[in-house]
Design a binder for this molecule. Structure first.
Ligand code: HSE
Length: 466
């Protein structure tokens, strides 16, 4: 590959490759040298794909890209066969301090020691590619500020929705638009569990064990099941969609462990599917950021995204709705996103730092604090399930409370009790209402003598762009 433009950064990257007889020096760009932190599922795949697709990657990047050093805790396990000549060390700080390394690929995950390693890499003037959503969601503001002042790039496509280029699409492809909302199935493990429960009636624990064996689940699978992983990702998406600081603590998070097979069946009878959805929406009052089980009309494309697949629906003022679908977890899909980032960085190493795409899509001085709405202030529709005495007047008592709270009922389903049973299950769908009103209504309904146990609530999103 021949260097086409010369600026101070480019000169650093040049090497003389030949001295042709016609009398011109021929310069070419030196290979980009990578230091890999972590040789787990994604790290191993990244090393193999970089090697197997090396020629195609070099055609795109304009120069060769090679891992020169990697770290893994268990050095004895070696590098995967076929990944080439890579020096393996046990101490990741050796890699971030290696003067030969241009880009550090952080695939260790979690906060500790990833944060210290990334900060050290930045301090050492290295670019960073990471798949670490917790790191970006929790420490991104600090990381990007350091990267900005050091003039290096920190990129994180693989942190959200695995192999789907959703960060690039929002940050670059939609940059002409005012983004109104982002709604996504952004945890493959959770979606796999809900899909198997619905289609095969499988047990929650059994499906989770399979997701772990397939390498989809987080090291701590409660992150998947309780929505923390999805909340990390939603926090990142909100930031690049709306130009707000990363603020993980402001994301309302509810997991899928409370979703019963009954709910999955009733939702189906009403024409809905239950998905674990991350929703970020901008309104005049502020920004909503929430992750929770959600009923979605089954006719929506996103309601039919099953298994480990992810999908993100973006509502933008000029493009309108657009849907991004693909593998949200797994070794090769995640490596695909990591390597796309590496190629992007390799292409821009020779450009001035201020001419690069901003880390969070908006120029750093244009990131603004817009109020985040507490969950009690959001407006949505609801699915309710309750167990009640099966006798006259019960429905009237419940609907009176709904009316008193300005809640309009869209549909009611009463399951006939089995013979000899004096209690029935009632399912209700409501129209949109402020969550605080629904909380008040649920408290009052729960206090009725004729209602037994909790009133189960699942939020409903029509996702029709309203
Ligand atoms: N545990 C994550 C998931 C992996 O299941 O989606 C990808 O971030």
């Amino acid at each position: 590959m021949v260097a086409r433009s010369i600026n101070p950064q480019t000169i650093d990257c040049l090497r003389v490759s030949e001295f042709p007889r016609i009398g011109f020096w021929r310069f070419e760009l030196k290979p980009v040298k990578l230091g890999l932190l972590g040789v787990g599922t994604v790290g191993a795949s990244t090393a193999l794909v970089l090697r197997n697709n090396a020629a195609e990657i070099a055609r795109r990047a304009g120069r060769n890209i090679e891992i020169i050093q990697a770290s893994r805790r268990n050095v004895g396990a070696g590098m995967p066969a076929g990944s080439g000549e890579i020096e393996l060390v046990s101490d990741p700080f050796t890699v971030v301090n290696n003067p030969e390394v241009d880009i550090v690929i952080e695939l260790i995950g979690s906060e500790d020691p990833a944060l210290e390693l990334v900060m050290r890499a930045i301090e050492n003037g290295k670019h960073v590619v990471t798949a670490n959503k917790a790191l970006i969601a929790l420490h991104g503001n600090q990381i990007f500020a350091a990267a900005q002042s050091r003039g290096v790039n920190v990129v994180f496509e693989a942190a959200v929705a695995g192999g789907i280029p959703i960060i690039k699409s929002i940050r670059e492809g939609l940059s002409a638009n005012h983004i109104e909302s982002v709604a996504g199935i952004i945890n493959g493990t959770g979606n796999f569990i809900l899909s198997e429960m619905r289609d095969k009636g499988r047990d929650f624990e059994d499906v989770l064990a399979e997701a772990q064996a397939l390498g989809y689940a987080e090291a701590d699978p409660t992150f998947d099941v309780e929505g923390i992983d999805a909340a990390h990702k939603l926090c990142i998406l909100s930031s690049i969609a709306f130009g707000i600081p990363l603020q993980f603590e402001a994301v309302y998070t509810e997991g899928i462990s409370g979703v019963s097979t009954e709910d999955v069946v009733f939702a189906g009878q009403l024409g809905y599917r239950i998905k674990h959805l991350g929703v970020a929406r901008r309104s005049d009052q502020g920004i909503e950021m929430r992750v929770h089980p959600t009923l979605i009309p089954e006719k929506r494309l996103i309601a039919n995204v099953d298994g480990v697949m992810n999908a993100v629906l973006v509502q933008a003022d000029k493009l309108g709705p657009s849907l991004y679908y693909g593998a949200g977890a797994g070794a090769d899909p995640t490596a695909s996103a990591v390597i796309a980032d590496i190629i992007d960085v390799a292409r821009t190493i020779t450009t001035d730092a201020q001419n690069r795409v901003p880390h969070l899509a908006f120029q750093p001085d244009q990131i603004v604090d817009i109020p985040i709405l507490p969950i009690a202030e959001i407006q949505t529709a609801y699915y309710l399930r309750m167990r009640v005495d099966d006798r006259p007047g019960v429905m009237a008592e419940i609907t009176r409370i709904m009316g008193n709270n300005d809640i309009s009922i869209e549909a009611i389903l009463q399951k006939e009790p089995e013979s000899g049973v004096t209690r029935a299950t009632i399912i209700m769908l409501t129209q949109k209402i402020r969550e605080q009103r629904m909380d008040d209504a649920i408290s009052a309904i729960t206090r009725l003598d004729v209602v037994h146990g909790d009133v189960h609530r699942i939020r409903v999103e029509t996702l029709d762009g309203d």
